[in-house]
Design a protein around this ligand. Structure first.
Ligand code: NAP
Ligand code: HSE
Length: 429
């Protein structure tokens, strides 16, 4: 058999790039038998040649001139693992326009500029694949576009961020407060030194945008996703949620309704019986509901050197197979609809509300009247601990349109009998 070699180049050699380098090396012996060719990393773009030289067997593959990659006709696949919007976006567009297939792990770019990249791939008859951009090592983009293509997907809900799931697990299992759990996540290397994008739900929001587009065949960009983080969740909220048979998770959710697509990331109480409630530590999971498959769940490592590289290398192997079969660009953009996207104010949710009120006759009646006057129906009303003149109460509402619920909250906030509205958390269902 003729030894077939497909030349590739990589942009970036950080956590994921190093993982890709290692996985390609681990696959070296059987790659040809598996996919019909050996992938050779001809060039790797880095900023600091000296630092990168310690990570590779042959430092002559390193370059800090991207044109050595983009202008090289021998390079058929470009693997972008440098991150950020620019210059990653321009480099990927140039690579596609130069007739190369592109694989990326870059959720920031795909969530905002995916359409542009998929159109460039189509125009040039090449592949643009991005499995690693959602939930790291968990196969989900390709299953959504291929294995589940025979479904009308109605809901995708998941734990898309390992850092926040680790923090919430520590708060739930060990009673830690948010700040302490965040510090632990940073000490253990889960959370970055600037954890804003994880904590505020932005990282998960990008993944929801990418997956919603694939699930509902209609473009959803990051800017369409409502995001709210976990910084205001307390150990007490989690304890009360547990007493009600729930966990609190940062869920990313995309739903198809008769009025359009809902795409959002925020903390939610979720019943302990739901499989997502038992996803612990830094693991991710994605729960998908389709009309034919019914319920299905994907679970695993959403980040990290080798798990993310697993997804990137899977995409690279797909590109190789397509190049060998002369059928690149077989599955490109699947957004053939243009569905409206619902605003958070239009969405209906159940709510968990924790508040401190004056402990005297008539107060509870006043609170329920405000809810009732604003079309908010109460499912449960529980009085928790008393602190001197104050009582802590928890209200669980029935499903209510966000706009009406927030009207009620604004009125409650202005009432002297309400000392504090401590928590407002949506309930999954
Ligand atoms: P990282 O560790 O910061 O690595 C980025 C690499 O790209 C570094 O080698 C950096 O070089 C290089 N780089 C950045 N800008 C460059 C430029 N303009 N020219 C040349 N080289 C440049 O990042 P990462 O964690 O591997 O993440 C890479 C991508 O994968 C991101 O899009 C991220 O969102 C995505 N991702 C990451 C994970 C994960 O677990 N880490 C999981 C899923 C997806 P220097 O070191 O010299 O700065
Ligand atoms: N920072 C992300 C997480 C991984 O904590 O899950 C990269 O998307």
């Amino acid at each position: 058999m003729e030894n077939k070699v497909i030349k590739a180049a990589m942009l970036g050699l950080g956590t994921v790039g190093t993982g890709v380098y290692k996985v390609l090396k681990l696959q070296k012996e059987e790659m040809e038998a598996k996919i019909g060719a050996r992938v050779e990393l001809k060039k790797i773009l880095v900023r600091n040649l000296q630092k990168a030289a310690q990570k590779v067997d042959d430092p002559s593959v390193l370059t800090n001139d991207v044109q050595e990659i983009l202008d090289d006709p021998e390079i058929e696949i470009v693997i972008e693992v440098m991150g950020g919007i620019q210059p990653a976006l321009s480099y990927m567009l140039e690579a596609l326009n130069a007739g190369k297939s592109v694989v990326t792990a870059n959720k920031d770019v795909v969530a905002s500029e995916g359409k542009k990249l998929l159109e460039a791939a189509k125009a040039n008859g090449r592949d643009f694949l991005y499995e690693a951009s959602v939930a790291g090592g968990i196969p989900i983009v390709r299953p959504m576009k291929q294995c589940l293509a025979g479904n009308h997907i109605t809901e995708v809900v998941g734990i898309f961020n390992g850092t926040t799931n680790f923090i919430l697990t520590k708060m739930s299992k060990e009673g830690m407060e948010f700040e302490e759990a965040l510090q632990l996540a940073q000490d253990l290397g889960y959370a970055e030194s600037d954890p804003t994008s994880d904590i505020e739900g932005l990282d998960a929001g990008r993944k929801v945008a990418i997956l919603a587009s694939a699930a509902f065949n209609s473009r959803v960009v990051f800017e369409n996703v409502y995001t709210e983080g976990i910084a205001r969740i307390t150990a007490k909220d989690i304890q009360y949620a547990k007493e009600m048979g729930c966990e609190i998770k940062l869920l990313g959710m995309a739903r198809l309704t008769a009025e359009g697509i809902e795409a959002r990331v925020h903390p939610m109480l979720i019943n302990k019986d739901h499989p997502l409630a038992s996803v612990q530590d830094s693991y991710n999971a994605v729960f998908v509901r389709g009309d034919a498959v019914q319920d299905t769940m994907f679970y695993g490592r959403g980040a990290g050197e080798l798990p993310t590289a697993s997804a990137v290398v899977g995409d690279v192997f797909d590109c190789v197979r397509n190049i060998l079969a002369d059928c690149c660009g077989r599955i490109g953009c699947t957004c053939y609809k243009d569905l409206p996207i619902r605003k958070i104010s239009q969405i209906k949710s159940k709510y968990f509300v924790r508040m401190e009120v004056e402990d005297r006759p008539g107060v509870l009646a006043s609170v329920t009247a405000v809810f009732g006057n604003n079309s908010v129906s109460i499912a449960q009303f529980i009085q928790k601990e008393k602190k001197g003149e104050l009582a802590e109460i928890v209200v669980i509402t029935e499903k209510v349109q966000e706009r009406h619920f927030m009207d009620a909250i604004r009125i409650l906030e202005g009432m002297s009998i309400i000392r504090e509205i401590s928590s407002l958390i949506r309930v999954y269902g």
